[in-house]
Write a protein that binds this ligand. Structure first.
Ligand SMILES: Cc1cc2nc3c(=O)[nH]c(=O)nc-3n(C[C@H](O)[C@H](O)[C@H](O)COP(=O)(O)OP(=O)(O)OC[C@H]3O[C@@H](n4cnc5c(N)ncnc54)[C@H](O)[C@@H]3O)c2cc1C
Length: 413
């Protein structure tokens, strides 16, 4: 990594200690030795939200539109992440992945995905028939599959902690338990960050540049920074179940359905984890609170605002069938398991126990369409990551490099 001409002593604030914020902070300390980097995080520790509540998959780049930021950054991000895990002795397990076709229509889609994977430079991906599928996954059912042997699993919270440790070792500071509530930009030469510390209003410091990596709260902070209110964040809960220990052998690697191309979610899959557990999920249910990990968590005010927004109502009108299906799967464990049983028919409801849910920060445009690609916005001294859904954990180190390249271009409107 080369160091650039940013003046020593330049003050950077990074809001959010998820994997994207941690990667940005570390990249700043590495690329601009002598700069001051402060991470502001509202929770008591890192990776409490998306970065600590996900599937743990290093996505190979099968699905993404060639030429998109996702396609570009995921490929670079994988190489960087693999090398980082090797250097730090963090687990990186190439367990491989099969996307299973249940019928001819799925098979046509698999061929499209194979073409995308090739265009995105993913190596060793190929279509396999039923017999070969059974040699790789003896308990799986399907007429054919796409096999990606290099798809891997990692421990994203451990990676996040390591990135933060690097930042601290290089002189950066991590302030947890501070919630950013506003920006004072009256002086053109700096931004003063306002926030709550121990429940008390406080100035959290003055900075030359601010990078907001706030996940589920990206739009709120973007508006406080004077950026466009759209895209807005709509939270989608992803619920998981875990296989009971004596049934984990049903799965060797990652088993995925063929995704519905109308949605950015990948469908309920079976996911081995680096600690030996096997998760089933996640589904995609509209969350009734941004950090509403339990079904009973409801933020009535936020829900009213969402339902009152024309863009969301349009989205809901167009997707009510899929929404109902997901809600049914959420309410009934039997229905949830039935989804996975299409691919592993031996699974029964007795094979699973509850597992913690995650919530995706999914950006939605003013017209109710979902933002598929990564998106950022920038104005003057404040840069905001507006949409960093999956595979942003996989791509986090490359995303950080891209953000730094943009910051180094200097302020723009
Ligand atoms: C169910 C699920 C499964 C997924 N599976 C995968 C996968 O297998 N592979 C993959 O690559 N990606 C996956 N993802 C996506 C991945 O987890 C995210 O893209 C990634 O974690 C985003 O990181 P982040 O740092 O942007 O956000 P987060 O991890 O959400 O971090 C944002 C941080 O900002 C803090 N914050 C917010 N507001 C404030 C404020 N006002 N003041 C101070 N701090 C604030 C939050 O507390 C939080 O710590 C999945 C996501 C989910 C939810």
């Amino acid at each position: 990594m080369t160091s650039s001409a940013a003046p020593a002593g330049r003050r950077y604030a990074v809001i959010g200690a998820g994997i994207v914020g941690a990667a940005v902070a570390r990249a700043l300390t590495q690329r601009h030795p002598g700069c001051q980097v402060t991470i502001l995080e509202k929770e008591t520790g890192p990776a409490e939200h998306q970065s600590g509540r996900n599937s743990g998959v290093v996505h190979a780049g099968l699905y993404y539109q060639p030429g998109s930021a996702k396609a570009r950054l995921v490929r670079r991000g994988i190489r960087m992440l693999q090398q980082y895990c090797q250097e730090r002795d963090l687990p990186y397990v190439e367990c491989g992945k099969v996307l299973i076709a249940r019928n001819e229509r799925d098979l046509d889609r698999l061929k499209d995905i194979e073409a995308r994977a090739t265009a995105n430079g993913v190596s060793k991906v190929r279509l396999i028939d039923h017999d070969e599928l059974r040699t790789i996954e003896p308990h799986a059912a399907g007429i054919a599959a796409l096999h990606s042997p290099t798809t891997a699993i990692v421990d994203y919270p451990a990676v996040t902690r390591e990135l933060l440790q690097d930042t601290v070792d290089a002189g950066g500071r991590v302030h947890t338990g501070v919630t950013v509530t506003g920006f004072d930009q009256q002086r053109s030469s700096e931004v003063v960050i306002k926030g709550l510390h121990d429940g008390t209003e406080a100035d959290l410091g003055a900075f030359d540049h601010v990078v907001v990596c706030a996940g589920l709260h990206a739009d709120t902070l973007a508006v406080l920074a004077g950026h466009d209110p759209f895209p807005r964040i709509v939270p989608f809960r992803g619920e998981f179940a875990a296989l009971v220990p004596h049934r984990r052998a049903l799965v060797n690697g990652l088993i995925y359905p063929v995704p519905d191309p109308r949605y950015p979610f990948l469908g309920v899959h079976l996911t081995p984890r680096v600690d030996g557990e096997v998760f089933i999920g996640p589904n995609a249910v509209l969350a009734t609170a941004r950090e509403g990990y339990r079904r009973r968590d409801v933020d009535l005010g936020a829900l009213r605002t969402l339902v009152g927004w024309r863009g969301f109502r349009r989205f809901a009108r167009q997707n009510w069938r899929a929404g109902l299906r997901e809600m049914y799967g959420s309410a009934s464990r039997r229905a949830f398991v039935r989804g996975a049983r299409h691919y592993v028919p031996e699974l029964t409801v007795r094979d699973v126990t509850a597992a913690p849910a995650g919530i995706r920060a999914q950006a939605m445009n003013a017209d109710g369409s979902l933002v598929d690609d990564f998106r950022t916005s920038r104005r003057d001294r404040i840069f905001v990551v507006r949409n960093a859904p999956s595979p942003a954990a996989t791509a986090s180190l490359a995303i950080a490099d891209d953000i730094l390249a943009e910051l180094d271009e200097g302020p723009r409107d």
